[in-house]
Design a binder for this molecule. Structure first.
Ligand SMILES: Cc1ncc(COP(=O)(O)O)c(C=O)c1O
Length: 347
């Protein structure tokens, strides 16, 4: 599928996708209402459908993944609390320090192996104010990112997910999944999303990444949790009116863009093994489980990105040594071949 109105091939992120013609039509024809007043039927349909898919009581449609995570963190914590997550977690690296600024929480960082935490590591980092003579913050929330973005799109296995939640719950912590790409994880592991998130209190799901909708995330959890989250969304200025026009894009994505994620994963795995066979690049093939390829470059990553850009191919230099290639809805086999040809001839 190539409906991207650009002559460039954009591998920077799965967030660059534009709504397809069919998705735009679904959005255009959506019945809408005033979601602040609670009567946008398309938003209600999306929230109820996603909550049911994830086996949770309720859902809340939110403008972005960052806002959805921020609202989840805010709802689960009070100032002086501490959140446990991997050192590469999006909530820690790329959300503007919202955990500190909005929640007044500190973060305890797990040194995960390839960005994936173990239950033992999580347990070791949960510290409680009680019994510490008021020395410690209060470890009250554990956040898991699945798939892990900086982990190269790698997925947690179910046993680890369950064990992390069990450790957290037994130590009186809430549990949140940053599931920006949780459907990628479900397609890659064959584990249904409800089962995957069964032991977790909340999940944030993005529709504007691999699923190809232009805007929107849904936060799911218990009815009480979502009622509180609704209040925080309002205070963050995230209450919106005829949001059904956006929810319709997300509903379309659920119907048409979930199963096809396997195509992205297959292309990513092909790109990874082909690039790994070139002298100039090296890829940790174990981490390439979904739609991302983190590529270690012999020459500086910025230079590699610039050379590719000169050939009409956009990638991110994610660190001085690595570029990131993300496969998505608008990347075709021809695009992949072009990338591989340029890589073989230029480096
Ligand atoms: C793992 C993860 N969580 C959350 C987000 C935030 O999503 P948004 O950019 O919609 O705020 C991203 C964005 O790329 C992400 O990769």
């Amino acid at each position: 599928m190539r409906e991207h109105p650009s002559s460039r091939i954009d591998f920077r992120s799965d967030t660059v996708t534009q709504p397809t013609k069919a998705m735009r039509e679904a959005m255009m024809n959506a019945p809408v209402g005033d979601d602040v007043l609670g009567d946008d039927m398309t938003v209600i349909e999306l929230q109820e459908r996603v909550a049911a898919m994830f086996g949770k009581e309720a859902g809340l449609f939110i403008a972005s993944g960052t806002m959805s995570n921020a609202i989840a963190l805010k709802t689960h914590t009070v100032p002086g609390d501490e959140i446990v997550c991997d050192k590469t977690a999006h909530i820690y690296r790329y959300e503007g320090g919202g955990y500190a600024a909005l929640c007044g929480a500190s973060i305890a960082l797990v040194e995960g192996e390839k960005s994936l935490m173990t239950p033992e590591q999580v347990k070791a980092l949960i510290r409680k104010a009680d019994g510490s003579g008021s020395h410690y913050p209060n470890g009250s929330l554990v956040c898991v990112e699945n798939t892990s973005n900086l982990g190269g799109g790698a997925c947690y296995d179910l046993a680890t997910l369950d064990a992390i939640a069990e450790v957290a719950t037994s130590m009186d912590c809430k549990t949140h999944v940053d599931g920006a790409r949780i459907f990628n994880a479900a397609i890659a592991t064959g584990v249904d999303v409800a089962r995957m998130c069964q032991a977790y209190d909340s999940v944030s799901i993005c529709f504007s990444k691999g699923l190809g909708a232009p805007i929107g995330s849904v936060l799911v959890g218990s009815s009480d949790f979502i009622a509180q989250a609704h209040r925080w969304r309002k205070m963050f200025g995230g209450g919106w009116r005829q949001a059904g026009i956006l929810a319709a894009g997300c509903l379309y994505a659920l119907d048409h863009h979930v199963e096809r994620l396997k195509e992205d994963h297959d292309r990513a795995s092909y790109v990874a093994s082909e690039l790994n066979s070139l002298e100039a690049f090296s890829v940790d093939l174990d981490t390439v489980q979904t739609n991302m390829v983190y590529v270690e470059c012999k020459q500086p990553a910025l230079e590699v990105a610039e050379i590719l850009a000169a050939s009409g191919i956009d990638v991110f230099d994610i660190s001085p040594t690595h570029i990131r290639i993300v496969i998505h809805l608008h990347i075709t086999d021809e695009d992949v071949q072009r990338l591989l040809e340029v890589c073989a001839s230029e480096f």
